[in-house]
Design a protein around this ligand. Structure first.
Ligand code: ADP
Ligand code: MG
Length: 378
């Protein structure tokens, strides 16, 4: 999934209005009925159809016919667009540069604000891997899948931002989080190489113990990284490590905490042995070395990423381990994701509901769009 920057430049305000309406309708429908889109957008039906056609051409929405009704779903392209638009309006992003990372479930870009201060944009793309596997599936399954993956990607971004923020505030070596919208996180650019690409270090023993100390210190704050490896550790020129990639962090109160903790330790031990020929008999033990002193795991839940959201995200992880089966039934239990749900619901109350549930800040474009005067006086 490429980020198509060209699309960003050529969009009329009406197109944006309709795209926003599709997003709002997506809160309750995987496939948003065209009539509902028209209603939310406050445009005539004929007008909406034409604009939806334009948006579909740009791959920001996709037309879906199913047995119940015709409608549209938001694509990753459309979701990208909406997030970028929000960042741009907030002044967080002015220009987009090259892609610096392609993970299994994310795309990472270099971006800059108007003062040309560079930062890193991480776009979460959950489901990309398993999505390919269901390409051959029937349309409506594909579409259900996409919509719920957008939602899961948003949860991953919210989680990553919340953890990065709290870790940064407590002096951990992580990028400074800058902004978050939908499935995107904006953060400080770290001028460093992933440890994975580092062939030699001056003092492997020092780095090894720094990393082990970091794992123990995180645990003393109540947290386990969960993916603590050479890909997620950036090494600065001065030899200081910086930790990235937080969507899988777990609390040390998690039932499998010790297992996650040991796995993080083992990743580092294995890497140091293979890469630097360095081995130490010393490494932290969960029961001996971890003394909980702070509760960042609890704090983060209070700071905007709720326990319920955490569970929804974990639900996805749990399902992933049931190979194959999740492809068809996996997302059935995600809130608001039923294809036929609400079709008959009174459109007016639904429009209100969709509007009231928008996630962005009060000054958002969405609010602006909801203001009829805005349309009338344009
Ligand atoms: P994924 O979840 O796909 O593994 P990561 O957060 O690990 O995503 O980022 C992928 C890659 O992007 C990293 O290995 C690193 O090379 C680069 N990267 C991510 N964040 C930053 C950052 N803040 N500064 C510099 N490079 C980064
Ligand atoms: Mg990573």
């Amino acid at each position: 999934m490429k980020l198509d920057v060209r699309v960003l430049r050529y969009m009329s305000s009406e197109e944006f209005r309709v795209l926003t309406a599709v997003e709002m309708g997506s809160k309750n429908h995987v496939i948003v009925p065209t009539s509902l889109i028209a209603q939310i957008a406050g445009l005539r039906h004929g007008g909406v159809n034409k604009i939806l056609g334009e948006l579909a051409k740009k791959k920001l929405v996709a037309k879906v016919k199913n047995s119940m009704y015709d409608g549209y779903r938001l694509t990753y392209g459309g979701y990208d667009y909406l997030a970028l638009k929000t960042f741009s309006r907030r002044g967080s992003i002015y220009s987009i540069g090259k892609q610096i990372g392609v993970g299994k479930e994310s795309d990472v870009y270099l971006v800059a604000d108007e003062e040309e201060i560079q930062s890193v944009l991480k776009i979460h793309r959950l489901g990309r891997v398993s999505f390919r596997a269901i390409k051959a599936q029937r349309d409506y399954l594909q579409n259900r899948k996409t919509a719920s993956w957008l939602y899961m990607s948003r949860l991953a971004a919210m989680k990553e931002y919340a953890f990065m923020k709290i870790l940064h505030e407590h002096g951990f070596p992580v990028p400074k989080p800058i902004d978050q919208s939908r499935h995107c996180v904006l953060m400080e650019l770290i001028d460093a190489f992933p440890l994975r690409e580092v062939i030699e270090v001056k003092n492997p023993g020092k780095l090894y113990s720094d990393l082990m100390d970091l794992i123990v210190r995180l645990a003393s704050y109540g947290l386990i990284h969960g993916d603590f490896n050479e890909f997620n550790i950036l090494l600065k020129e001065d030899g200081e490590p910086v930790l990235i990639d937080f969507p899988q962090m777990v609390s040390i109160s998690h039932p499998n905490a010790e297992w996650y903790f040991n796995r993080d330790i083992e990743c580092i031990r294995t890497f140091f042995r293979k890469r630097f020929g360095y081995e130490s008999v010393l490494y932290p033990k969960f029961n001996l070395d971890v003394n909980r002193e702070f509760n960042l795991d609890v704090q983060v839940a209070a700071s905007g990423f709720t326990k319920q959201q955490q569970e929804e995200l974990e639900g996805k992880n749990a399902r992933e381990s049931v190979k194959g089966e999740d492809i068809i039934s996996g997302d059935a239990n995600i809130a608001n994701e039923s294809v036929i749900q609400n079709v008959t619901k009174d459109a007016k109350s639904e429009t209100e509901e969709a509007k009231s549930e928008t996630e962005e800040d009060p000054e958002s474009d969405l609010e602006q769009l909801n203001n009829r005067d805005y349309m009338a006086h344009r």
